[in-house]
Design a protein around this ligand. Structure first.
Ligand SMILES: Nc1ncnc2c1ncn2[C@@H]1O[C@H](COP(=O)(O)OP(=O)(O)OP(=O)(O)O)[C@@H](O)[C@H]1O
Length: 227
């Protein structure tokens, strides 16, 4: 069997360790996501889902435990190597799009590819293709402020997938949209994920959306359980 795309083992994280305000956010978390598997993460507010996603996406480090991406143990890598792995293997989508306001939709999808060393012409072709796939090809020349919330979030999906990562991590990717738009935009994301065959861990408060994924996990009191 092939290696999980993401494997977390014995992950624990405590904020303010040893201080009066100590918070044990994660306790002994184990998680494996298979190639092509899409997993929902549901959690009450403050349960530590952002912390878990940041550790899985190499934006933060755990106190104990290991993180493997594509079979490679990335736990002890230097900051430089972690950044390189994150850039090429992990796509991130946040609740708010975090697009660069002074750049167009196309440029927002092109820039991470240039940072990864791709030639401009190739990067632009891929960006066009991704924008077309989520139905906003005609918005390529628009800046974020000229687009609706749902369109902006679609651009953010394209940006996350621009470098063809193995793993997509999403933190409430449609959480700031109205229910109808959220449903449509989430559908576009799922189509993109399924088409590209990548693995994903998607945090959501929306149980209806969670049920459209392959597996639902619940994070509560620092522990992860099957829901
Ligand atoms: N840098 C930090 N220092 C101290 N405490 C922190 C830090 N980051 C997060 N916390 C605390 O850890 C807990 C988990 O935070 P986290 O952001 O992971 O939660 P969450 O589940 O993503 O919450 P939400 O759904 O509200 O965004 C919270 O109680 C938070 O206040």
């Amino acid at each position: 069997m092939s290696d999980p795309v993401l494997a977390l083992s014995g992950i624990a994280k405590t904020y303010n360790q040893g201080l009066p305000g100590e918070i044990r956010v994660l306790r002994d978390i184990d998680l494996a996501i298979a190639p092509g598997e899409v997993v929902a993460l549901v959690a009450p507010s403050g349960a530590g889902k952002s912390t878990l996603l940041h550790i899985a996406g190499l934006l933060d480090t755990a106190d104990t435990g290991s993180v493997r991406i594509g079979g490679e143990d990335v736990t002890g890598l230097s900051d430089r190597r972690r950044t390189a792995v994150r850039r090429s293997d992990v796509g991130f989508v946040y609740q708010f799009h975090h697009l660069l306001p002074e750049f167009t939709a196309l440029e927002n999808v092109v820039l991470p590819q240039l940072a990864d060393g791709k030639p401009k012409r190739e990067a632009e072709a891929r960006a066009q293709e991704l924008l077309a796939r989520v139905g906003i090809a005609e918005r390529a020349g628009h800046r974020p402020a000229q687009m609706s919330g749902g369109e902006q979030q679609r651009v953010a999906f394209c940006r996350a997938l621009a470098n063809a990562p193995r793993l997509l991590l999403a933190d409430e990717p449609t959480g700031n949209l109205d229910p109808e738009t959220s449903d449509r935009v989430f559908g576009a994301l799922m189509e993109l994920v399924r088409d590209t065959g990548l693995s994903a861990l998607i945090a959501t408060h929306n149980l209806e959306l969670a049920r459209r994924m392959d597996r639902v996990l619940r994070l509560d009191a620092g522990e992860l359980t099957a829901a």
